[in-house]
Design a protein around this ligand. Structure first.
Ligand SMILES: Cc1cc2nc3c(=O)[nH]c(=O)nc-3n(C[C@H](O)[C@H](O)[C@H](O)COP(=O)(O)OP(=O)(O)OC[C@H]3O[C@@H](n4cnc5c(N)ncnc54)[C@H](O)[C@@H]3O)c2cc1C
Length: 287
């Protein structure tokens, strides 16, 4: 049932400092409201837990895309539309652009933000697999200061993450080390558009002298959090790309994921699709 709107408060701070002051002074009371594309669904369902919201949409400190020699850094409020139109992201981080283009429809892409996608913490979210495969780091800021942390390890369980009540996710950065890598991103859903993933797979890899030198493999919708498959990566490092290597990698992958049956799919289907996508990624590495 739809929530009773007048019982909610939405305040619009003039600056990041003002937003952080609210979070510090009344811990746990205020909740950030970015694009609102996840929060409005909860509002419609009458399931919004908080009454007081900080409209962070206008905070310029959390916008913009910048490139240095080593990193591309973008604000947490970067929308899916902005991701898709940035030339450096398109050239060097195509999986993030593909994820953005396959997220929701145009209205969601214009309003939904990468920061919101991360903090909403759905294991079926589509940009986290790409961000993890690109070794993203995220910046968390409070009145106490700023800290950059690896995105890997940020989510600790279903909807659990290492962010304090007084912190905002302000920026995301990706190391610019993808030049000679193969990128592989597949979202498997019921339809091509407006579908929640049954399995989402993102991977980068490199080969040299017929050996796999390095891979980063991430699978979504197959566990309570999006999974970076480190053990599978370890079985591949330094190996020739042959049937035995692929079989060992698939055996390892199925031990790293724990998909469930739910309204969108079955555990059995998700196991099989994850393995198929791994085989497809590995086979394409040698092209
Ligand atoms: C019709 C529809 C289709 C969708 N399709 C997809 C899809 O295909 N793939 C997909 O992954 N998602 C999809 N979504 C989910 C949603 O659009 C995304 O998760 C989006 O990125 C959320 O961003 P937002 O800015 O709207 O977040 P909001 O709704 O504003 O916030 C989401 C959560 O994050 C918190 N938050 C937001 N920004 C910050 C910040 N900077 N710091 C701290 N906390 C913050 C909020 O407090 C809230 O808890 C869909 C949603 C709808 C309604």
């Amino acid at each position: 049932m739809r929530a009773f709107i007048p019982s909610y408060k939405l305040t619009t701070p003039a600056s990041l400092a003002d937003a952080l002051a609210l979070l510090k002074n009344e811990p746990g009371v205020w909740k950030p409201f970015a694009g609102g594309t996840d929060l409005m669904v909860l509002l419609e369902a009458g399931k919004l837990a908080h009454r007081d919201y900080i409209n962070i949409w206008g905070l310029q400190e959390m916008r913009g895309i910048e490139a240095s020699n080593t990193h591309v850094t973008f604000g947490a409020l970067t929308t899916y539309t902005q991701v898709q139109s940035d030339p450096i992201l398109r050239r060097e981080f195509p999986m993030l652009c593909q994820a953005a283009s396959e997220t929701g429809g145009l209205a969601i892409q214009n309003r939904g933000t990468l920061g919101g996608n991360i903090i909403n913490a759905s294991p079926a979210a589509d940009s986290p697999p790409a961000l993890l495969a690109y070794d993203a780091e995220i910046e968390l800021v409070s009145m106490r200061g700023s800290r950059w942390v690896p995105y890997q390890g940020f989510h600790t369980g279903y909807k659990q993450m290492q962010i304090a009540e007084d912190e905002l996710l302000t920026r995301i950065r990706l190391p610019r080390n993808t030049a000679d890598a193969k990128h592989y991103y597949r979202k498997v859903g019921t339809r091509k558009a407006q579908a929640i993933s049954k399995v989402c797979f993102a991977a980068v890899g490199r080969m040299q002298d017929a050996q796999i030198t390095d891979t980063r493999i991430v699978v979504g919708s197959v566990a309570p959090i999006v999974v970076r498959c480190v053990q599978t990566e370890n079985t591949l490092r330094g190996q020739k790309l042959d049937e035995q290597t692929i079989e060992t990698a698939c055996d390892t992958l199925v031990r790293e994921i724990s998909p469930i049956d739910d309204v969108r799919s079955t555990s059995r289907y998700r196991f099989q699709v994850a393995k198929n996508l791994l085989v497809d990624f590995l086979t394409g590495l040698q092209d």
